[in-house]
Design a protein around this ligand. Structure first.
Ligand SMILES: NC(=O)C1=CN([C@@H]2O[C@H](COP(=O)(O)OP(=O)(O)OC[C@H]3O[C@@H](n4cnc5c(N)ncnc54)[C@H](OP(=O)(O)O)[C@@H]3O)[C@@H](O)[C@H]2O)C=CC1
Ligand SMILES: O=C1CO[C@H](CO)[C@@H](O)[C@@H]1O
Length: 350
């Protein structure tokens, strides 16, 4: 059995290196409810936490990665004020525009408002900050990162997310951001936004991977013409808030069998599973080989029964579960017993 596995895995490796050699096709686009187009795959740029807090790029490593990504065909970059990557993404975009590889209109940059700037009047200054850091003259998509308002010392603020949404509507009206949306909102919070807001959110960004398939929320978003972006597509591989979770790994027989059929890697199958469910994956990698692997997913399509096979991994397991905020009135997820320490405390207003 073990031998069979090894030869199976060997075949996958060969096939995947062959497919990595092929040139990448252009990333297709989806149309959002405001009529604007968004690339169907983006590059995640959250570099993680270490003992000193959020990880930042060193020696322009991340700028160089984004330069490579643009050469490979990536046109969509997902960042946030807390990721500390807005500056190097902007620098890379500017360089590629100067080289005439892309125009500003070819590139789509998503960034997010952090929880410590939720007062309506703070939103514009947060956007100006993002524009200054990135050197861009507008943001394509601006998301409220969480429905949770915090004070500068990370105590809970009483700012309601509808007040924050009005701030996003203001910057949208000013043209500083072309489209607005939200991240980590649950169905009831989205419903409230749709009922009370003047501008509809065009995008919902949530955690989506084989262990968190988000069937209900995705179908609700679809019924409201809200485009879904899926974060942590490889969530089952990573450690979050100091916790490692069990889950299907890349050598899972179900993923491997589908991968073998298409001459793809299990990682590519997972990304394609998101695309075929109309969810925009934003995989993060700092590895040049995986950068190419993750974009080479537009020359095959999963069958419905393959999508369902992957859906069966679902266990509603969240990797991003900031339980330290769970007593906040707008905490979007179910309550858990195991409350983790807050790693954001001390980062200040970013
Ligand atoms: N709105 C929100 O609250 C959140 C948004 N996000 C966004 O979503 C993005 C993606 O999510 P993220 O949690 O970073 O993690 P991912 O699930 O995208 O990636 C997890 C890890 O998988 C590895 N990996 C990437 N590609 C492959 C591959 N082909 N084969 C094997 N391993 C691979 C990467 O390591 P390596 O770099 O070594 O390749 C990475 O550290 C973030 O970067 C961020 O932009 C994420 C979390 C929350
Ligand atoms: O975007 C994010 C990146 O990951 C963090 C956790 O490690 C999240 O809390 C945050 O929302």
């Amino acid at each position: 059995m073990y031998r069979q596995y090894l030869s199976f895995f060997g075949k996958i490796q060969k096939l995947s290196s062959k497919c990595r050699m092929k040139s990448t096709a252009a990333v297709p686009k989806l149309t959002m409810s405001d009529g604007r187009e968004i690339p169907a795959l983006g590059l995640g740029t959250y570099l993680g936490f270490d003992k000193n807090g959020m990880v930042s790029s060193k020696d322009k490593q991340h700028r160089d990665l984004v330069l490579k990504a643009i050469d490979l065909g990536y046109r969509h970059f997902d960042t946030a004020s807390i990721y500390n990557t807005e500056d190097e993404i902007g620098e890379a975009v500017e360089m590629k525009i100067a080289e005439r590889v892309v125009t500003r209109e070819d590139v789509f940059v998503t960034t997010k408002l952090w929880n410590t700037q939720h007062k309506q009047e703070e939103v514009a200054s947060a956007v100006w900050d993002a524009l200054e850091k990135s050197g861009l003259d507008y943001i394509d998509l601006y998301l409220m990162h969480w429905p949770i308002g915090l004070n500068a010392d990370y105590s809970f603020s009483d700012v309601d997310f509808m007040e924050t949404w009005r701030g996003l509507e203001d910057v949208h009206k000013l043209g500083l951001v072309k489209s607005i949306g939200v991240s980590n909102f649950n169905k009831e919070q989205l419903q409230r936004l749709l009922e009370e807001g003047s501008v509809r959110p065009v995008v919902l960004q949530i955690e989506v991977h084989p262990q968190m398939i988000q069937e209900d929320l995705i179908s609700f978003a679809r019924s409201e013409d809200i485009t879904v972006m899926g974060y942590s597509p490889f969530g089952f591989l990573v450690e979050r808030f100091g916790k490692q979770f069990p889950g299907p790994k890349m050598d899972d027989p179900v993923l491997m069998e589908i991968a073998l059929k298409y001459g793809k890697t299990p990682a590519q199958v997972v990304l394609r599973w998101l695309v075929d469910r109309n969810v925009i994956p934003i995989p993060k990698t700092v590895n040049p080989k995986r950068l190419k692997e993750n974009i080479s997913i537009f020359d095959f399509k999963l069958e419905q029964d393959e999508i369902e096979k992957i859906n069966r991994f679902n266990s509603n397991k969240r990797y991003t579960e900031p339980s330290f905020w769970q007593t906040h009135p707008h905490y979007p997820f179910e309550q858990v017993k195991d409350i983790l320490p807050d790693p954001f405390k001390g980062l200040g207003t970013i």
